[in-house]
Each structure stands twice: as structure tokens, then as C-alpha cells.
Ligand binder design. Structure first.
Ligand SMILES: *Cc1c(COP(=O)(O)O)cnc(C)c1O
Length: 385
């Protein structure tokens, strides 16, 4: 009996993946198998493990857990989110065209523009919160739609159901980067996603001590193709890090509950601050994607962005922060703040960045699980003066 059949609720499954699966010892914490290779019992026989790039017991438990969480046929883990995305993009061929969210992780833009562009795979960046705009950007050579929702850094919400229907009609591979919400809060396969992508460095890892990525394929057939690419190109996640990620899964639901509660409290406080001209958080009823987010997700997550009255003010805030760290990345227990225009989104050409609204007065906050009042007090002193 697998964990899914035993425990239908997601928070119980998260805790129980791997528990007792090492039959020889009954270990609660599934062991790390660092072995690079495995003895064969006979010619033509295998224990199921031959060589660690092709398969590893610790990785297998983690990959099965991710597939189960997502409701997909196959999970695959990689050395980083970019390694996962790169492996996925290798599925395409020269001449193929992708439609991609314009409110996108900067590294995804960079690898498409500067690496895959040279290999003949092209992309159009569109406002995926507007399903009609997505429809008009589809060409005969379009093979896939890649969506991030909520978007980064402006937290726009795309309609997963409408986009899933569109992909089905045009026979496009529907890819969702679900890094910001994880399957605890949003399960894109319920809306027809074929592949869900993660930077597991963020909420899955959750402690800013790990770099990892994942792909989950809905069908066994696509899963097999992506496994072929993972094994052929080799950007696997090492067993020690697989174990660390399995440990992080145990508290994922708990952490996201607190991240979400804190983010709403901080967003409400920022809304009333005189030096703050806009707050972007889908959990606020005023956010244009609020109703959509309520319908398609089970929470709004821990990410928010806000605009201060000048670039000078943004720099002052970053300089004065105490509890909150001025650092890239997101999704960890520690609160982090970034200036997307000069950090995560620096590779997007300036004119394009400004058109999107990613100017030097925009700050992005990954709200941690510290006491919300302490986070607010730190923001208050940083915004003072
Ligand atoms: C961080 C991030 C990535 C890239 O993942 P790495 O683990 O840093 O390689 C991709 N997509 C999103 C939404 C991210 O936040």
C-alpha cells in the first residue's frame, strides 16, 4: 500500500514519504545511499539500481513523493531549478516556438534567450494573465506554453483552467512553473498541465541551505522521455541533497500556512504606509487576480512586492534592514528582500523591464516564518525618515 492510499490528506503524506520504506532496517528517516554503483546478482539481472545517474534509492523515494503530491505519473529531481528547466527545454527541437509568461523568473528568460535561442528554439513573452493575448501569440510552430502563476515579481495571476483548455485545443504542451505555491497550495495538473516545474531551492527546500529543481510529468510517456533526458544529460540531484529535501517535505504544509498568514499581515500593513505607493499580493481583495487565485489555489503564498516612492527610498530600505536580509532567493523560513531590477531580473533588457513595471523602486519580499510583528517592525524602521 503506498502512502497516497494510506493517507489521503496531503499534509499527512508529506510527513510520511519514505517512513519505513527501508525494509531491512525500518528506518523512520529514509537513508542516504551515496553508492555510485551497485553489484549485479547475475548477468542480465539487477537490483533495480545500476549506476547512480540512472537511479538512486534516496532519489527514487523523493521522485515518487513529488509525483504523488502533484498527481503526476513521474517525478524527476535535478541539481537546480535551472537544470530542471534546461532538461525540459531539451525536449524541443530547432524551429520549435514557445509561448512564455512575460512576468517570469529572470534565469528562465536568460536560458531561453541566450542558450536555446542559439539552438533555434524561440520564445514569445506574453501577458499570461490575459488568455486572449496568449491565444493570439500561438503560431503554427508553437509547441508549448510555459506559465508562472503567480508571476515574478509582480504576482499577476493567470487563469490555469482557460490556459489548459487553450493548450488542449492547440495541442500544446502545458508547462507550469509552480515554484511560488507548491502542490500544497496549487495543483496545476488539475487544470490540464502536462509538466509542472519547480525550483526546489525555494519553498520545497525552505531553509536556504539547498539548491535543487524538479519536473513532474502527467503522463508516463512524457515522464519516460524526460527521464531519458535526465539520464542522458546528467544534471541529477545528489543523494545527500535528496535526503535533505525529503526532510524539508515533512514541514512544507506547516511552513506555507505560516508564510501565507504572515504575508497577508505584512501586505495589509504596507498598504497603509505613506511611502508605499503599491502592494502586489494576490491575497489582498484589491489585487486584480484575487478571485481567480481563490478559485484555483488553496492559499496565496508568502511572496509579495511593493513599490516605494523613489529608487533612493528602495536603496535606503535595503541598507537599513535588520531582521529581513537583503538577499536573492525566496521561499525559505528567513525573510529575504530583493531589488528585482538589479538582481533577479537584471538580464531582461531595460526597456522591456520598464514596460513590465520592474523599475528600481520595486522591492520584492519573501515573507519568512518569523513573528509577523517583528517583520513589520523591521519594515517600519527601514521605511522611516
Ligand atoms: C529560482 C527560480 C527558478 C530557478 O531555480 P534555481 O533553483 O535557482 O536554479 C526557476 N523558476 C522560479 C519561479 C524561481 O523562483
Amino acid at each position: 500500500m503506498n502512502v497516497h492510499e494510506q493517507y489521503p490528506s496531503l499534509d499527512s503524506r508529506l510527513v510520511q514519504y519514505g517512513v519505513g520504506r527501508d525494509a531491512a532496517t525500518g528506518a523512520i528517516s529514509f537513508p542516504i545511499y551515496p553508492s555510485a554503483t551497485y553489484r549485479h546478482p547475475e548477468v542480465g539481472e539487477s537490483t533495480g539500481f545500476d549506476y547512480t545517474r540512472s537511479g538512486n534509492p534516496t532519489r527514487q523515494v523523493l521522485e515518487e513523493a513529488l509525483a504523488d503530491l502533484e498527481g503526476g505519473a513521474r517525478g524527476l529531481v535535478f541539481a537546480s531549478g535551472m537544470a530542471a528547466l534546461t532538461t525540459l527545454f531539451l525536449h524541443f527541437s530547432s524551429g520549435d516556438h514557445l509561448v512564455v509568461s512575460q512576468d517570469l523568473y529572470g534565469g528562465t528568460y536568460r536560458v531561453l534567450d541566450q542558450v536555446f535561442g542559439k539552438l533555434g528554439v524561440t520564445a514569445s513573452y506574453v501577458d499570461t494573465t490575459d488568455a486572449a493575448a496568449v491565444a493570439t501569440s500561438i503560431r503554427p510552430a508553437t509547441r508549448a506554453l510555459l506559465v508562472e502563476t503567480p508571476g515574478n515579481p509582480l504576482l499577476g495571476v493567470a487563469d490555469l483552467r482557460a490556459l489548459g483548455d487553450l493548450c488542449r485545443r492547440h495541442e500544446l504542451l502545458f508547462i507550469v512553473d509552480n515554484t511560488f505555491l507548491t502542490p500544497v497550495l496549487q495543483r496545476p495538473m488539475e487544470f490540464g498541465a502536462d509538466v509542472v516545474v519547480y525550483s526546489a531551492t525555494k519553498y520545497f527546500g525552505g531553509h536556504n541551505d539547498l539548491c535543487a529543481g524538479a519536473l513532474v510529468a502527467r503522463s508516463a510517456e512524457l515522464g519516460e522521455r524526460l527521464y531519458f533526458l535526465q539520464n542522458s544529460t546528467g544534471a541529477i540531484l545528489p543523494p545527500q541533497d535528496c535526503w535533505l529535501l525529503l526532510r524539508s517535505l515533512k514541514t512544507l504544509a506547516l511552513r506555507l500556512e505560516r508564510h501565507g498568514r504572515n504575508a497577508l499581515e505584512v501586505a495589509r500593513w504596507l498598504q497603509h504606509h505613506p511611502r508605499v505607493s503599491a502592494v502586489y499580493y494576490p491575497g489582498l481583495p484589491e489585487h486584480p487576480g484575487h478571485d481567480l487565485a481563490r478559485n484555483q489555489a488553496h492559499g496565496f503564498g508568502g511572496m509579495l512586492s511593493f513599490r516605494v516612492d523613489s529608487p533612493t527610498m528602495a536603496r535606503q530600505v535595503l541598507k537599513r534592514l535588520n531582521l529581513i536580509s537583503f538577499a536573492e532567493s525566496l521561499g525559505g523560513v528567513e525573510s529575504l528582500m530583493t531589488l528585482p531590477a538589479v538582481q533577479t531580473h537584471a538580464d531582461i533588457p531595460e526597456a522591456e523591464r520598464l514596460r513590465l513595471g520592474i523599475c528600481e523602486s520595486l522591492l520584492r519580499l519573501s515573507v519568512g516564518i518569523e513573528n509577523a510583528q517583528d517583520i513589520i517592525a523591521d519594515l517600519a524602521q527601514a521605511l522611516a525618515g
